[in-house]
Design a protein around this ligand. Structure first.
Ligand code: G4P
Length: 289
């Protein structure tokens, strides 16, 4: 799903989330573990306005485990509880209700002290498109929930999905926009497949991807495509194009005259990157935050 975020849409998305916040005890902020900065809404603190929050680093199966550990420590330093999950297989998803209870412990204890019987914790998932909101909803529900979406002009009662006995989830997640005015963010979202290629040129995205791989994961690139010449300066565009051409040559992306079909090579690079063929890769680390 590609969403065009115009100012009016952002205002509407924000208003919809703020309406839902009135109904819930805790927000579950979903981020992509490979790009926790680029997959984060720039106004999230303002939008959630002090609501208790659990941060989930999703798609942890595709991210570099050591970098993910550093992110968990980073969020802990900022006072947030976070878990690295894989919504596709359900790894560590089962810990979410317990962790939410821990975050809301004081509130729950106050209710008990007043003689109240604490009801199930009510939660809302929020995140940018493609970060895994529906996959996580289905995983938590233990079944497939039809994507109803928030359509303008369609009023619909809020449905609560039971997650075990201690938690309930709003069926429609809060859809947020990324910080796309920063070109670096746009490229990282495109590399991971969060925004579709039609918006950005495939060769530009692949160029950016190769540059990142040369800088951060040269051994993975070298091993995958058998490239021998490591660029001495990854900031030299000519050297990056040479690596792309080497990849094209290895994969038989040739056009008449023996030239390399860079567009075809670019498609191959991005497909393999998104499918995790280079191994587990993180494109952002906490020291860049
Ligand atoms: P959304 O509701 O936030 O928009 O995201 P959604 O759940 O639709 O997930 C987007 C894509 O991300 C899906 O791939 C989904 O399978 C994948 N995904 C979600 N969670 C995880 C995870 O923890 N690990 C991995 N590896 N993938 C995950 P898709 O159906 O193939 O869509 P697409 O890739 O064609 O966009």
């Amino acid at each position: 799903m590609t969403i065009q975020w115009f100012p009016g849409h952002m205002t509407r998305a924000r208003r919809q989330i703020q309406e839902k916040l009135k109904l819930i005890d805790i927000a579950i902020e979903l981020l992509d573990a490979r790009i926790p900065l680029s997959s984060r809404n720039p106004m999230i603190d303002d939008i959630l306005s002090g609501k208790p929050r659990l941060i989930l680093l999703n798609k942890a199966d595709l991210a570099d485990g050591r970098t993910t550990e550093r992110w968990l420590a980073y969020f802990a330093d900022q006072g947030y509880s976070s878990i690295a999950v894989d919504a596709n297989t359900g790894t560590r998803v089962g810990e979410i209700p317990e962790r939410a209870k821990l975050i809301l412990r004081d509130k729950i204890e106050r209710q008990i002290a007043k003689g109240m019987n604490p009801r199930a914790i009510r939660a809302l998932i929020v995140g940018i498109p493609n970060v895994g909101k529906s996959t996580l909803t289905n995983r938590l529900a233990g079944r497939s929930i039809a994507a109803t979406g928030d359509r303008p002009g369609v009023t619909k009662g809020q449905q609560w999905i039971k997650v075990g006995t201690d938690m309930e989830l709003l069926d429609t997640p809060g859809i947020l926009w990324p910080k796309f005015e920063d070109p670096l963010v746009g490229y990282r979202l495109a590399m991971t497949g969060a925004i579709k290629e039609q918006i950005l040129n495939v060769e530009d995205v692949a160029f950016f991807a190769v540059k990142e791989l040369v800088k951060r994961y040269w051994p993975a690139l070298e091993e995958r495509f058998g490239i021998e010449r490591q660029p001495s300066d990854p900031d030299d565009p000519d050297e990056i194009v040479r690596v792309m051409e080497d990849i094209g040559r290895k994969r038989g992306c040739l056009v008449s005259g023996g030239r390399i079909d860079l567009e075809k090579a670019s498609g191959i690079i991005l497909r393999e990157l998104r499918a995790g063929k280079f191994g587990r890769i993180s494109l952002e680390a906490p020291n860049e935050a």
